[in-house]
Every structure is written in C-alpha cells, then in structure tokens.
Design a protein around this ligand. Structure first.
Ligand code: ATP
Ligand code: MG
Length: 558
C-alpha cells in the first residue's frame, strides 16, 4: 500500500516531465473550478483532493475559481456552500476568483478576434446552427452570416452587450473550420444573449461567455500551469488551445489542459443537476440531507474530512471511468471513527430486563472505557440498576447453540457490568415479551479481578439503565437508491430507483453521559454502529443520525 502511494500517478508524471523540460517549480499553479449551481458532491471531492493535493505536494498555489457564466442557474447560496465545504475538508485556496471578474477582459479579447476576422455574429436560430454542424463524417455548412464585415460584427456585438437585442437573436461565434474532424472546432459559440440577473454582475452584462471561451482564458489570466478536468473535456482540448493561441503572449506561462476520469459512486447520483432534482421534488430534505452524496450531506451524516480525503486518495486518479462501490466510502468512515469516536451504550429497540436479585432503588456507577483504540480517551461512569433496557433482538426464549446472546438458563455478560442468567419472561395478552427476568452474579463485576469476573461467557450485551437513560430520536439511513447505477439505465429515469426505505426514525435510549453532546459529535453506539449528533438536537431532545452500521449489512445480502 505505501509503495503504491509513493509511486506517481499519471498526473504527477505529467508535472514531473514538465519540471524536467519546460517549467520551473515556481511556475506551478492549479485551480479547482466549480460552477456555483449546486452543492459539491463526493465526485468533486476527488477533484479537490487532486488539485489541492498537488498544491501541497509542490508547494504551489491553488485557486478557487467560480465558473459563473450561467446566471440562470447560479446563486450566492451555492458560492457560500462551496467555500464552506472546501474549508471543512481542510484545504486553503490561494485566491478566490470568479470567471465573472474577467467578463470585461474576455469581451475585449472578443472584439480583438472580430477585428482579426476570427469571430462573427450569427443571427440564425440555435436550431439552424445545430443543423449546419454536420456529422463526424461530413463537414458542416457555413452560416450565411459567416462573412459579415468587421464593422457590422462590432456593431452587433455592442448591441448584444447593451441589451438592445432579445435573447436568442444573435450569438458570437469563433470563425475556425466548418470542416474540422473535431465538431467542437466548427465555429463554436463564444457568447449568447441572456437578460438574466447574475449573482455578482447584476444586470451589467446581457451577454455571457460560453464555457470553452471562458475556461482557458481564465486559466491564462490566473497563470494556472495545469488545468485538470474530467475526461469528457478531452475533445475540447483542441479548442482550449485554439482560444489560447489567439491571446497568448510568449512572455507568459501557457496553461495546459489535461484530463482524468470522473469518479462515480454506487447507489447514488453524482451530478448537481440530478441532485437538484431530488431537492426540488422533496425526495430529500435539502442539499445537506444526510442521505445526499454531497459534502455537506456526508458531513451531517457524520463523515469526517479525513474519511472523505482518505477515500479520494485511495481510489486515486485514473484514466478510465468506473463505479466505486459505496461500501468503500463506508469502510473509510468506519476506519476513521474507530480511532476517534468515543464508545457509548444505546439501545435502539428496547425490551425491559429486570434483575430480580439486585436491590431495588440502588444505583452503581460502573467504570467504562471510552475508546479501547485510544488510551488517552480515558473512561467514564455509567449507571447500573435493577431495571435495564437491552436490545429486543438480543434475547430469544428458545435458541440454538449458535445464539450467543441472552436466552433462558444461559449466562451472558452485560458490558462493563455483571454476568446474568435468563430466568423467565413476562408476556402481554398477545404473547409479546414485555419483560425478561434474570439473576446476576454479584461477584462477577467487570474489572473487579475476582474469579467470577474472569469466567468466560459466550456473549456480551450492551444495555442502559431504565431510570437513567435518555430518550433520543435516532434517524436510521439507508442507501438512497436501490440500484448500483441508477442513472445508467437507458430507458428508465433514475428517479424510478429511489429506495422508499432510505429513512427510518425511531426512539432509542442512550446512556446519560450523552446529555450535553453537541451537534457533529460522533460516537460509537457499541455493537451497533457510528452515530452523530444532528443539528436538530436541542437541550430537551437529542437527535442522532446513524453514519454507518458497524458491519456492512449489504455484504451479507450479496
Ligand atoms: P456536475 O455535473 O455535478 O455539475 P460538473 O463537472 O459540471 O459536475 P463543476 O462544478 O463544473 O461540476 O466541476 C468542478 C470540477 O469538479 C471540474 O473540474 C469537474 O471536472 C470536477 N468534477 C465534477 N464531478 C466529478 C466527478 N464525479 N469526479 C471527478 N471530478 C469531478
Ligand atoms: Mg456542470
């Protein structure tokens, strides 16, 4: 594993090669360029870890660049959420940049292109333009407006910019090659008219630059050395370079675009557009619903920054797209929380256990270790009394030899406490068990050093004292989709695969040490899983989210 980590990935090879041939170390500069049209998701985490990871490795600046060129979908709320999420992951950007800050420079360059005969205003409908694009094997057809005079082009662009023409009336296109084998080079659109309010430029601009025209030029303005994007942009690279050629000054650093494979996670969707649909249709409570694969959803679910970064690092960067099973992400959060989360006892599905030979009204405060994985975590006291709650599934009246939990006439240990023996059950008129009666061995207290305490019994159960336990709302989450790749079905919409049982809300009982637990504090509920305090928690009512069960319950089903 360490060897693998130390070997360079293909992106690092590209950089090392550039450092040997064309670049100085001080030339290196990276960027993470989200569009503020939604919250960041786990796929973005891969790109963040890649870019900021390179920044750390080469001591190079990494800019946060908002690619905000589409006012119809972008909002300040998303800008704020993106910044919050990157900070929470523990990364620091060098400059906070906005493509919209470059609108004037981009416009000036567009004017220059027109003057050089390399751009023209097309007044056809978008449908007509699309029809003339041709196919990969047949060249496109030139627009009847392709040879407009420079003067007319300048005049029209000015009108577009000032809002004197309606949306869709004209576009500005680069004049490249309608016969190029790369369809993207067939006179791509550079600007469109949009009379929409932009979250930063307000109503100042009525024309907005397209992605291809904006991205490389923004990289150039910021002097980004390596612009990493996902593989679907590979065919755009030629256009990225063409646009750069038009403005490039040989004294400056020339950015290069390189591509890596998108990361997909199973049983969810990683696309802001699709996640927005889940929010808009109320399938989830918001972008930070703990079932969402967004960074803020994972955070609320109890994921730690380290668990997400370790996940991203362990899948690494690749050249081929693949679907990573969500169990891999779950493995990473278990591993991290196992080291960090204090252990506590909580009972999710309680049944009452009465210790008939334990004195009524007595309470003992028993020593309990906080985290066997971390000595410095210390210990706490948990109250023990005559009436306890245990997990309903931890008792069976009649059980086979493989059932190592409580049954009649058999002994088990109560965690941090005593060995007990099942004696009889009390049932209601419908035959449901309402109480389990048992006896305890007063000599068997954990850690007391007596012979009885050393006695080996097969099972250990968690419990809480009825009189001391606190009720808590517990939200049990499951996968949001029943299918591994809900959006990979040709004839079916991803919304058809929503898991109707992705959320179950129950009342559980937790030990009293949790009384003052704060939002985002994580705990291991022993034998059950990892749980985090939700921000809906109040002084009067604790609310927990289940981050992940202790074991992968889906693995058994497979
Ligand atoms: P979405 O479809 O969810 O909006 P996007 O690629 O359009 O994704 P951007 O905000 O434009 O989202 O992306 C910012 C950066 O994150 C880009 O460099 C993009 O390539 C990268 N990125 C987005 N999704 C993934 C993913 N699933 N895996 C790896 N990188 C990703
Ligand atoms: Mg996008």
């Amino acid at each position: 594993m360490t060897e693998e980590k130390e070997s360079l990935n293909f992106i690092e090879h590209i950089i090392e090669e550039d450092l040997r041939t064309t670049h100085n170390k001080s030339d290196l500069c990276f960027r993470f360029p989200p569009e503020p049209n939604g919250y960041l998701h786990i796929g973005h985490a891969s790109s963040i870890c890649l870019n900021f990871g390179l920044g750390e490795k080469y001591s190079a600046p990494v800019n946060l660049r908002f690619d905000d060129t589409n006012p119809a979908k972008e909002e300040q709320e998303f800008v704020d959420a993106i910044k919050r999420d990157i900070e929470w992951l523990g990364f620091t950007w060098a400059e906070e940049c906005y493509a919209s800050d470059y609108f004037q420079q981009l416009y000036d360059w567009a004017v220059q292109l027109i003057k050089e005969g390399k751009a023209y205003v097309d007044s056809q409908t978008s449908e007509a333009i699309a029809q003339q694009k041709g196919t990969p094997n047949t060249p496109g057809t030139a627009s009847p407006y392709r040879d407009r005079s420079v003067e007319e082009n300048l005049e029209l662009l000015e009108k577009m910019k000032n809002g004197e023409v309606g949306e869709g009336a004209h576009v500005l296109r680069a004049k490249i090659d309608m016969a190029s084998s790369n369809m993207l080079m067939r006179d791509p659109v550079m600007y469109r008219v949009l009379h929409k309010h932009h979250h930063r430029t307000g109503t100042n601009w009525k024309i907005f630059p397209m992605y291809d025209w904006t991205h490389g030029e923004s990289d150039y303005i910021e002097q980004v050395s390596h612009s990493f994007c996902t593989l679907e942009f590979l065919p755009h690279r030629e256009l990225y370079d063409w646009f750069l050629d038009q403005v490039y000054d040989a004294d400056k650093l020339r950015p290069k675009q390189r591509e890596f494979a998108r990361r997909n996670l199973s049983h969810t969707v990683v696309s802001k557009r699709k996640l927005a649909k889940l929010v808009e249709e109320g399938v989830v409570s918001g972008w930070d619903d703990p079932r969402m694969p967004t960074i803020s959803g994972l955070r609320r679910r109890g994921y730690t920054p380290d668990s997400i970064k370790n996940f991203a690092d362990s899948i690494g960067v690749g050249k081929r797209e693949n679907l990573i099973d969500v169990s891999h992400l779950e493995f990473n959060v278990r591993e991290d929380l196992n080291k960090k989360a204090p252990r506590v006892m909580a009972v999710l599905d309680p049944v009452k256990l009465v210790i008939t030979n334990y004195p009524e009204g007595e309470t003992e405060w028993l020593e309990a270790e906080n985290n066997p994985e971390d000595e410095s975590a210390g210990s706490r006291k948990v109250p023990f009394s005559r009436e306890l709650f245990i997990e309903r599934e931890d008792f069976q009246e009649e059980a086979n030899r493989k059932f190592f939990r409580l049954t009649l006439d058999k002994e088990v240990r109560l965690k941090n406490a005593y060995i007990i023996k099942g004696e009889r059950v009390v049932k209601d008129s419908e035959g449901n068990i309402t109480e389990i009666h048992c006896t305890y061995d007063p000599e068997s207290r954990s850690g007391s050093g007596t012979e009885a305490s050393m006695r080996k019994v097969k099972g250990t159960l968690h419990w809480v004292s009825v009189a001391h336990a606190l009720p808590a709302e517990v939200r049990l989450y499951d996968r949001l989709f029943t299918e591994p790749a809900p959006d990979a079905h040709k004839d079916r919409d991803f919304m058809e695969f929503i898991n109707p049982e992705s959320l179950q809300v129950i009342t559980a009982y937790v030990e009293p040490s949790l009384k003052d637990a704060k939002a985002e504090e994580s705990f291991q509920f022993q034998r059950l899983g990892y749980f985090v305090v939700d921000r809906d928690s109040t002084e009067d009512k604790l609310v927990f989210n289940r981050t992940v069960p202790l074991r992968d319950s889906w693995a058994k089903l497979a």
